[in-house]
Design a protein around this ligand. Structure first.
Ligand code: KG4
Ligand code: ZN
Length: 340
């Protein structure tokens, strides 16, 4: 059997400039340059700032990934890049870089869907999860459940009808006076609080429901914060813990319910929100009585990275040299949710 190709993968869909060297399930190097600090003063990602920063950083990040893995560009057999969905200016930098490198080296290019990448993070070593399983991807822009019988073609089971889970977390963090990005800060604050202190609504009741809604819980937090006024200071950690639980609970319970409904032996999580310790605790706790295997990729493979793009590339048809020159970045997700 021949070795799988040595892949250079690039990810620039939002505010992380990332490159990785991947062969099969092995991540030989994964470099992530976060721009989060640049966007902090604005309370969110500014697309034009993101694109300019990717442009200034991407070559150095690619060089660093190659150096850490002990290879040079000439060794690369396939280039993979995030094509969609994301900020168009940010995506363009990655796609243009990947096209130029693949063209110069005379190798094929694989255009990867970012969400397919988040799902395929569970395929990478050392987790190396084999289908069938149900996947939850919860990130800043997306929240979805997929039935994965084959990594090449995940089947959408449900998704958010309004805000993404990460968006609800980031907006909640802002209401509580925490900076951007809100997820890790909210988690730290919530760790000191009582999650039973406040009751926030959990959107779209009932676990037979596969879709999610986070607009209601976000509005409830807004009202609670207004009502508390100056009193918030004394109970901030309790409010954070209760809010975090209200966002995480439907994610965990619907993931487990979907696995039982489809009679699969495992569940996996991905996306930035999957880095959250409370979510991991809830999934573990809810899955245990049913004997489900719980697959949690390393936190660094949950938040945006290029190793997951290198993984998904191995389940996506490569476009031969030089035909890929006509391909482009796309801001939106396709109708089925994933271009796999
Ligand atoms: O997947 P990701 O890195 O980027 C997108 O594709 O959007 O996800 C970013 C989201 C943000 O909303 C961020 O606040 C959230 O993931 N996040 C977390 C944690 N770390 C990142 N949410 C909760 N707890 C965390 N520890
Ligand atoms: Zn992401």
């Amino acid at each position: 059997m021949t070795d799988p190709p040595l892949i250079l993968a690039i990810e620039t869909s939002c505010d992380e400039t990332a490159a990785a060297i991947v062969r099969g399930r092995a991540v030989l190097a994964s470099v992530v340059a976060s721009q989060a600090e640049l966007h902090t003063p604005y309370g969110g990602v500014v697309p034009e700032v993101a694109a300019r920063h990717h442009l200034g950083t991407v070559n150095a990040v690619v060089d660093e990934a190659l150096a850490r893995a002990g290879f040079t560009l000439g060794d690369i057999e396939l280039v993979a890049v995030t094509q969609r969905p994301g900020l168009i200016g940010a995506l363009l930098i990655g796609v243009a870089t990947a096209k130029a490198l693949a063209y110069a080296m005379g190798v094929p290019l694989v255009m990867v869907d970012h969400l397919h990448g988040h799902i395929c993070a569970a395929w990478l070593a050392p987790l190396a999860l084999d289908p069938p399983f149900v996947s939850l991807v919860a990130s800043g822009g997306h929240t979805r459940l997929d039935l994965v019988r084959d990594y090449a073609s995940p089947r959408l089971l449900g998704q958010t009808r309004d805000d993404a889970a990460g968006e609800a977390i980031d907006k909640g963090a802002r209401l509580l006076g925490l900076g951007y990005p809100g997820g890790p800060a909210l988690e730290r604050l919530a760790a000191r609080g009582n999650p039973e202190a406040y009751r926030f609504p959990v959107g779209l009741g009932g676990d037979a429901e596969r879709d999610f809604s986070f607009a209601g819980v976000k509005t409830a937090l807004l009202y609670a914060v207004r009502e508390l006024g100056e009193g918030l200071d004394g109970v901030r950690a309790d409010v954070a813990a209760s809010y975090q639980d209200a966002v995480m609970r439907p994610l965990a319970s619907r993931l487990v319910a979907a696995a039982l409904e489809h009679d699969v032996p495992a569940v996996a999580i991905g996306g930035g929100v999957a880095a959250n310790g409370r979510l991991r605790e809830m999934v573990t706790h809810m899955a245990a009585p049913h004997g489900l295997t719980v697959a949690f990729p390393d936190r660094a493979l949950c938040t945006d990275n290029a190793a997951m793009i290198g993984a998904a590339a191995q389940f996506t048809a490569p476009v031969p040299w030089p035909r890929f020159l006509s391909l482009d970045a796309v801001a939106t997700a396709p109708p089925g949710g994933i271009a796999a």
